[in-house]
Ligand binder design. Sequence first.
Ligand SMILES: [Fe+2]
Length: 195
Amino acid sequence: MIPGVHKYVDIGVGPMHRGKRKSSEVNPALLDKMGERLTFEQISVGLYDALSRKRQNVLARDCPLETIERFRQEELDHLGLLERSLRHLGRSPAASCASAYLAAQASLGLQKLVQNSETSFGDSLEAMVIAAATDNLGWELLISLALQAGLDDMAWEFCGALREEQIQLSTLRSWVEDLALHEKIIPPEYGERSA
Ligand SMILES: [Fe+2]
């Protein structure tokens, strides 16, 4: 069991059917934070795209491109989960909300850093750790809000997203640590171009 997930499972969250709720019946904070997460997941897909491009220009065998692409797909899946969940609550995924705007503003620096061709793959990984940590906290809050609303099915699905976010964070952190300790990244002019 991944740390942090068990507390939600232990209290009895599991697949069970609950009727469709109207958005007016749930805590507005849940809808606001779902909108925030949706925006951030969209941004995360773009961050992983940029990281993937950068990874192709360095030799860093311990940071497989396939893993980065898997993480990117997970972010896309999380985006789809949020879109479905918002529709389930009668809310358009395209609806704007205050926290989504703030998340977009707060992530501008991360996007600028990762998408900048002048910054290194290692620098970009550090930015991705910040993004992944933010995502972890965001999903934990969403699980609590969904449980508070009695949306057990939804909370269970959010636990699945949190598990993936936890693995992303621990993997990215281990890459940053490994690269810092061993200086394993070799720029293309000093090594072979990676596959
Ligand atoms: Fe995410």
